[in-house]
Design a protein around this ligand. Sequence first.
Ligand code: GLV
Length: 314
Amino acid sequence: MPRLVISSDGPAAMPGWRAAFQHVAPDLPLAAWHDPALEITADDYALVWDPTADDLARMGGMRAIICTGAGVNHLLDNPAFPRHVPLVRMGGEQTASLMADYVLWATLGLLRGARTWAVQQNAHRWHNPCTSPRTSSETRVGIMGMGHLGTHVGGVLLQVGFQVSGWRRSAQVVPGIRTFAGPEQLPDFLRDVDILINLLPSTPQTRGMIDYALLAQLPRGAAFINVGRGDHVVQADLLRALDEGVLGGAVLDVMEPEPLPPDDPLWAHERVTITPHVASHASQEAQARYVVEVIGQMERNERPALLCDPRRGY
Ligand code: GLV
C-alpha cells in the first residue's frame, strides 16, 4: 500500500495537506517527514519542495519523489539528490491555468503600457497622449520553452487572438503555433517576437542564456516576461537593454537572487513590473489531486507525463 510522506513547506503546512488529501483521497495513508518516529519504506512517496541535503540522502530508498514546484533545478543541482529515484514535477490543471492567467495579465499589461499608468497614478498625474495601442491580434508573442506549461500558455494566448510562436530544444508540432527548435533556429524565432515569454527549465544549457546579445535580436522595443527562473537572465544585460530602448518593458516574476535586494535598480525601473514569484502556485487541494493521480499512475506502472530525466535536467 503506497504512503505519502509530506515534507513540502514544513510542519506548519501539514494540517492543510491533511485536509486537502482527506478531501481528495481519504484512503491514502499520510505521514509527516518531520515526525521523529518516521520510518521510511520502499513503498513511500515523498512530497517535497526544497528539502535539505540530509533529507535528500534519506530519500534514496523511496518509491518516488514528487515536487510541489514545476521547476526542479534546485533538486537536481543538489549533489545529495538520489538520481535513481523517480522525480515528478508539479502539474495539473490549476498549475497550468494559473500560469496562463498570469502570462495573459502580463502580456496585456505590456501591450497597453500598464506600468506607465501605475507610475502616473503614483505621481497623481493625468496624462493621456491619445495614441492608439496595438491590438492582441496585431501582436506576436513568442514562448521560449514549449513544455507542459508553455504549450498550455500558448494555447490560451492563441484563443485570445495573439499570434503565437514557440521555441524549444527539439522540434514539435503544436496546432496554431509556429514552432522553432534548437540554437540554429533561435535567431529566426526572435526576429518576429514583440513580447518574449521565458518558460524554459533551468539547466546548465539555459542558465544565463537571456543576455544582451539575445535580447538585441528581438525587434527594437520588444517586451519581456520572465516566468521561468531568474538565472536564465543576465540581469545587468536586461537592465542595459531596457535603458537603451532595446527592450520596451519587462514583467519579472522570478529574479536572481530572490528576494530581489532592496537596492536593486530593477525595483524602481519605470518600465519594469516586479511580482514576488507568484505566477503559479496551485492550492493544496489542487496539488493533492495531481499527486494522487501521479501515485495512481506509478502504482499501475504507467509513466507520469512530468517524470523528470535527471540527465536532461527537467
Ligand atoms: C515555481 O517556480 C515552481 O517551480 O513551481
